[in-house]
Design a protein around this ligand. Structure first.
Ligand SMILES: Cc1cc2nc3c(=O)[nH]c(=O)nc-3n(C[C@H](O)[C@H](O)[C@H](O)COP(=O)(O)OP(=O)(O)OC[C@H]3O[C@@H](n4cnc5c(N)ncnc54)[C@H](O)[C@@H]3O)c2cc1C
Length: 589
């Protein structure tokens, strides 16, 4: 049985001390009430729910998995999942950050991300159901018409129904331009949707009576490729104009996948057979609408990485304190015991510090991105809204790509600390490794995040977000150049940031001669950018740590020093990868 204790102290440190979130949030339109007292109360309540209700279902959900009944095309989720969802919906968690006019609580996005971290740490597989609803809420809020908002959005927000994202098809994974699902218009303004979607999370389950599928499909006159994709809302049970629920729609799960991890999450093959649906937004503009959903979901998946790494860290740290094996190289530390605890061994501390270094800076990154989302939505100054939007869009592939990859390293190190006991199911560590594996794959693989970062956000959009971020880091370095508590780290950060600019310039030139250079450099560029991003948040954490009690302050300083000495230097390797170029990746016949 693994433990989970919500890291509320570190969340509050990231939110208030490092990022000054209270002043930011209360200065936004409609933000008067978003004081520390209110946010703290929500965090406390979320911790209680996740520690007591969801965390105990994590291992049992993995062991039991989901069950599909072919005759009724229904899915039964693991014992306790459905009841936990009822408590979640009754507690108002589904609409925490949705607008008040749609029945939500209108609370800040950053708060939603921190509560999400607790959900995913407690139970990653369960957390996938509300993640998809959240994406559907965002898409209908931004692109739906009044009827769709009244009928679908309100029920997603109050948790009566859940949502899905139906993009992937057998021949269309990363390349959604290849999708074939069709939507033909009916006389009454609705559409008949036909096609097969695969790997659809929460496509069928027993949490709610109805499920709202957001489906990407092609209209009859659609241009080829990704410019010909539309988004439709297709409910499991048809919905009449007055909002009443009608007959069963011809949209059903044909099977569920048998997977390596997240076994409590139902991953479905969905068959749409002339199913009734309605267009969301303009014809052929579905990919744009889906991006609204995907951006929120991608940040959410980054948070999944942070969450599972936090839980793995907590368990491996406990184990390292308790497990007695061998003596310290410098002589016994606990001579009265038969051996010393694992913690005395330097390499065990390296494995623990690696996890802590990623988790704590990843938390600041996720919260920073969440704050940009709040600023973009509600800052009174239009220029600030624009800048925040550019920063957010630049940071999403970094947060998704780097944190999910770091989570692989963290869960691997956590398991390693358990030795052979980590490989054994009863300690729960192997579940973390298996569950974590999906997060670098769905919502766009690491390669797709890297191409989005380098190809789109940096090269195509003239790097607006990168410029803001580099300017912010440079201003921080200047302001702290003589700050004794951090100046050594600042020097290193300033040098790395200057290199970031140079590497980007040189890649831009190289890729003009050969666009393949971008593909050859993208993943190294993602890591390179990500490690510097986390270094910035570590340096800010050290500056902010003055407010902490001595022991926690020292832990922050030690972890920051570890990060700068042992993790940030990885950028040298990635820079070499970027510069090696496409010539080192020859064609394979
Ligand atoms: C458990 C689970 C849940 C999922 N949930 C959903 C869901 O709810 N809704 C949904 O629509 N989909 C969902 N998916 C699908 C998921 O988003 C896709 O699997 C993912 O986008 C990758 O597509 P693919 O599997 O077809 O891989 P492919 O696109 O075939 O890619 C294979 C490999 O090639 C690489 N690659 C592809 N193109 C490039 C390129 N241009 N440059 C460099 N490398 C490239 C990829 O990074 C990857 O390593 C889910 C998948 C799983 C396994």
């Amino acid at each position: 049985m693994t433990i989970y204790k919500a890291p509320l102290d570190d969340m509050r440190f990231a939110l208030y001390d490092v990022l000054g979130a209270e002043a930011v949030l209360t200065g936004l339109d409609g933000g008067d009430a978003h004081t520390r007292d209110l946010l703290d109360a929500v965090l406390d309540e979320s911790a209680r729910f996740n520690e007591q209700v969801l965390a105990p279902l994590n291992a049992s959900g993995d062991a039991e998995g989901c069950h599909y009944d072919k005759a009724s095309a229904t899915v039964t989720t693991p014992k306790g999942f459905k009841e936990a969802y009822r408590q979640y919906a009754d507690g108002g968690w589904a609409g925490l950050t949705a607008k008040e006019e749609h029945g939500g609580q209108g609370l800040p996005a950053v708060l939603g991300l921190l509560t999400k971290e607790m959900i995913d740490a407690a139970n990653l597989a369960w957390g996938i159901y509300p993640l998809l609803s959240h994406g559907a809420i965002d898409a209908i809020e931004h692109h739906g018409d009044d009827w769709q908002k009244e009928v679908f959005l309100k029920r997603l927000v109050d948790g009566t129904w859940t949502g899905t994202m139906c993009l992937t098809e057998p021949q269309a994974g990363s390349d959604l331009g290849l999708l074939k699902t069709r939507a033909e218009p009916n006389d009454d303004g609705s559409y008949r949707v036909s096609g097969t979607k695969i790997f659809i999370s929460a496509g069928e389950h027993d949490f709610t009576d109805n499920i709202v599928h957001l489906v990407l499909a092609r209209l009859p006159d659609a241009p080829a490729g990704s410019r010909g994709i539309s988004m439709l809302v297709v409910p499991k049970f048809k919905v009449n104009r007055d909002g009443s629920v009608g007959e069963r729609n011809t949209a059903a799960a044909g099977a569920i996948e048998h997977k390596m991890g997240i076994k409590g999450s139902a991953t479905c093959v969905m068959n749409f057979d002339d199913a009734q649906g309605w267009l969301i937004g303009a014809p052929h503009k579905g990919l744009m609408a889906m991006f609204t959903m995907m951006n929120a979901a991608r940040l959410g998946v980054g948070v999944q990485g942070l969450a599972i790494a936090e839980r793995a860290l907590q368990n491996s740290l406990n184990y390292a304190r308790e497990r007695l094996q061998m003596r310290a190289l410098s002589g016994p530390k606990l001579p009265e015991k038969p051996a010393d605890p694992l913690l005395v061994h330097p390499d065990v501390r390296r494995m623990l510090l690696t996890q802590r270094a990623f988790v704590e800076s990843g938390r600041v990154l996720a919260a920073y991105a969440g704050l940009q989302s709040d600023i973009e939505a509600r800052h009174p100054d239009a220029d600030k809204r624009k800048e925040a939007g550019e920063l957010l869009s630049f940071l999403i592939p970094i947060a998704k790509g780097l944190i999910t990859e770091a989570a692989q390293e963290c869960t691997k190190e956590a398991l390693q600390i358990f030795g052979g006991h980590g490989f054994i199911a009863e300690h729960g560590m192997e579940q973390f490794v298996r569950d974590a594996r999906i997060i670098t794959l769905y919502e766009g693989t690491t390669q797709i995040q890297a191409l989005d970062l380098l190809g789109r956000k940096v090269m195509q959009l003239q790097g607006a977000g990168l410029k803001h971020f580099l300017a912010e880091i440079q201003a921080f370095c200047k302001a702290n150049a003589n700050n004794d508590s951090v100046k050594a780290l600042v020097m290193q950060l300033a040098a790395a940031t200057a290199t970031w600019g140079e590497v980007t310039q040189s890649l831009a030139q190289k890729s003009q001669a050969n666009p393949e250079e971008l593909g050859a450099a993208a993943v190294d560029y993602l890591y390179f950018s990500g490690y510097i991003t986390l270094a910035y948040f570590w340096a800010r954490s050290v500056v902010a740590a003055d407010v902490l009690p001595a022991e926690r302050r020292q832990a922050k300083i030690d972890t920051a020093n570890f990060y700068f000495a042992r993790i940030l230097p990885r950028i040298v390797l990635h820079k070499a990868g970027i510069e090696a170029g496409v010539a080192t990746l020859p064609d394979i016949a």
